[in-house]
Design a binder for this molecule. Structure first.
Ligand SMILES: NC(=O)c1ccc[n+]([C@@H]2O[C@H](COP(=O)([O-])OP(=O)(O)OC[C@H]3O[C@@H](n4cnc5c(N)ncnc54)[C@H](O)[C@@H]3O)[C@@H](O)[C@H]2O)c1
Length: 251
């Protein structure tokens, strides 16, 4: 059967997008909404409230907090009556080598990027099992697979999530739950704001040459991959890691 455009349609679906205030999360929330899904958009930043409106509910909190995860899933069930899609997107980076990374920094990055994914996936699976299934898409990174210097805690956190996704796929596949990961190359967002004092966007754009495609990516390009993995168009995919990296890991 050739995939029809309807297989990309998300009408009637309910999706949680974490880290939706800006960047890849914002682009994803807007794309899933445009394809017909109702959206719970969460973020630690109040800026996420900008999305409040028809088909959206928003929530602020730390993604690493299991109470926030419970609250986020409960909001989906209360407001929209079900949960079909979880996009684990919230994350932050730390540009530090092994010897420069403190235990507190390690714990903080692992909490946001790995624990946040765990607590949200756990609550989402609990809810999805009551309604016959769903799909989880987790945003990892090329550094979940290949090394890049000075990203010790970040790379380890993304590697942990890449493996968590496979285990969820193995555990719940027969109950209608799919779990996949997307691994972006360098994407032009504000993610370096906290670690690079000035010109974070031009620092990122400078990575373009390291990608065979000759440029860095845009948030909308990752949103498209996430929307595919969230949709019935990817119905036979689970436990997969999709590289959306401009060829970065191909060379
Ligand atoms: N930009 C890149 O080059 C790139 C590459 C690979 C992977 N990623 C991943 O993509 C995801 C999105 O990153 P982005 O580039 O859009 O960055 P971004 O900084 O523009 O957006 C990240 C969002 O997550 C939110 N967030 C951060 N910590 C949080 C917390 N503790 N609780 C709740 N929300 C929190 C931020 O407020 C922000 O809105 C991240 O998981 C990141 O690791 C980004």
């Amino acid at each position: 059967m050739i995939a029809s455009p309807e297989s990309w349609d998300l009408s009637g679906k309910v999706a949680i997008v974490t880290g939706a205030a800006r960047g890849i999360g914002r682009a994803t929330a807007e794309l899933l909404r445009a394809r017909g899904a109702s959206i719970i958009a969460s973020d630690i930043s109040d800026v996420v409230r900008q999305l409040d409106g028809d088909g959206y509910a928003t929530l602020t909190g730390d993604v690493a907090d299991d109470d926030v995860a419970r609250h986020t899933v409960a909001l989906a069930m209360e407001r929209f009556g079900r949960l079909d899609i979880l996009v684990n997107n919230a994350g932050r980076t730390l540009n530090k080598s092994l010897l420069d990374t403190s235990v507190a920094e390690w714990d903080a990055i692992l909490a946001t990027n790995a624990r946040g994914n765990f607590v949200h996936s756990r609550e989402a699976v609990r809810a999805m099992l009551t309604t016959g299934g769903g799909t989880i898409v987790s945003v990892v990174s090329v550094v979940s697979q290949v090394a890049m210097k000075d990203l010790v805690a970040y790379a380890a956190s993304k590697g942990a999530v890449a493996q968590l996704v496979k285990v969820i796929a193995a555990e719940y596949g027969r109950q209608g739950i799919r779990a996949n990961a997307v691994a972006p190359g360098v994407i032009e967002t504000d993610i370096l704001d906290s670690t690079v004092v000035e010109n974070s966007r031009s620092v990122l754009a400078g990575y373009g040459d390291t990608h065979p495609i000759g440029r860095v990516g845009q948030p909308q390009e990752i949103a498209e991959t996430i929307a595919f993995l969230a949709s019935p168009a990817s119905s036979f995919m689970t436990g997969a890691l999709v590289m959306a990296d401009g060829g970065y890991t191909a060379i």
